[in-house]
Write a protein of this length. Sequence first.
Length: 492
Amino acid sequence: MPTKRFLGLNGTQLQVAIGVLAGMDFLLFGYDQGVTGGLLTLDSFRKYFPTIDTTAAHTEGWSSAAKSNQSTRQGITVAAYNLGCFAGSIPTIWIGNMLGRRKAIFLGSFIMCIGAILQCTSYELAQLVVGRLVTGFGNGINTSTVPTWQSECCKSHRRGQLVMIEGAMITCGITISYWIDFGLLFADPSEVAWRFPLAFQIFFAAIILVFVMFLPESPRWLILKGREDEAREVLSCLMGDETDEVFIDTEFIAIKATVLEMAKGSFRDMFTMGPDRHFHRTMLAYVNQMFQQISGINLITYYIPTIIEEQIGLSGINSRLIAACNGTEYFAASWVAVFTIEKFGRRSLMLFGAVGMSVSMAVLAISDSISSTNKGNSTGVAAGIAQTVFLFVFNTFFAIVAFSTIGYKTYVIFAVINAAIVPVVYFFFPETTMQPHMYGPNGELLRTLDDVEDDAVRRASVISNPNKNVARAHREHAEKDSDDNTATSEEK
């Protein structure tokens, strides 16, 4: 029977608590992404950090080289957070298995608190950059650990939706940061206008610090460390009072078998291309995450207030208000995928999103080009309005240095990148959604994950020899369907 550990929660309640804390971490990740953009043009912020002030009033009369250097310094300051995230995520590969999921999350949150304190107490640019590096390092640990922890503690059929909710919580954090930036704009030129938004990160990190150690450790990690009795107790609590003991035993045995199998492997196995295609699966995971980062979303997330104020020419109040509304729409749009992921599948949504983002970036490039060459007249105003609208449209599908040098062509780069994502997803990414047609009339599984991946391999082979491979793929598919139909008929 489940004990009274874990705040007295068990079953669905306990899994919800884990989900809330995991969501809080990704909310913090989003908040950190969005908070800086609204501070860069504040008078009180520019007073302390003039070397990253790229506003037109400050750089008037400067040479192109001087403006570029100023933008580079600003870009480095903002990107320090991302660099810290990368640096923190790498050692998590080893730290995660040494400390366990909960302790790693606790450590990451503690480091984030230190980074936030460094940022909000900064009087020099060097301290601000170090603070962003430290904050990013802590969040790199967290964002690498939390999805694993949550996935290992939840029911398998809920994992896809839970991952989507984590993404939605990132957009929630971005939205909160935009509205806080907008609200505190009216405190400018007081220092609180930028120090409070940076300090507010501590609030979310503190919640994680306080509660994470009261929640269960991953059963998979406990088994890996030989703590099998504790792992079984955690499983019992996660499944709830009504769960049959036999089912818990079956689940425990399955997890243990998986852990033992994984323990035989090595880091080198990820780069082998045997029957299980480990390298193929590894590349899918890495490329999928890479697509998220190179789509251009960070351009919008980090710099939308600056883009609207400096590129489109709206006032500080209007630019931050539009940014906050954009973030709200971003948050709302993210839930579309949460509720449609199981119906339409992973590949379909990825293809739809990539096409939508590519078109949005193309329109942004055109409107920005027209706006920059027709400033002050009706054509320029209309182009500016179109540009603002498509900043919203881009987020539905879902760097400042580039803007200072190549302007609207920055959008062209991301339009091309998103267009290139489409064929990659189509040919190389298998659909893993367990759709109804994959099961027979008695619930038997007709198509396994390996069958799904075989289809993806056939699609990818079309690239090397289109005519020959298309014919072969159709022939093999027809033969397979025939065999499946025969087998089903015999069973009946």
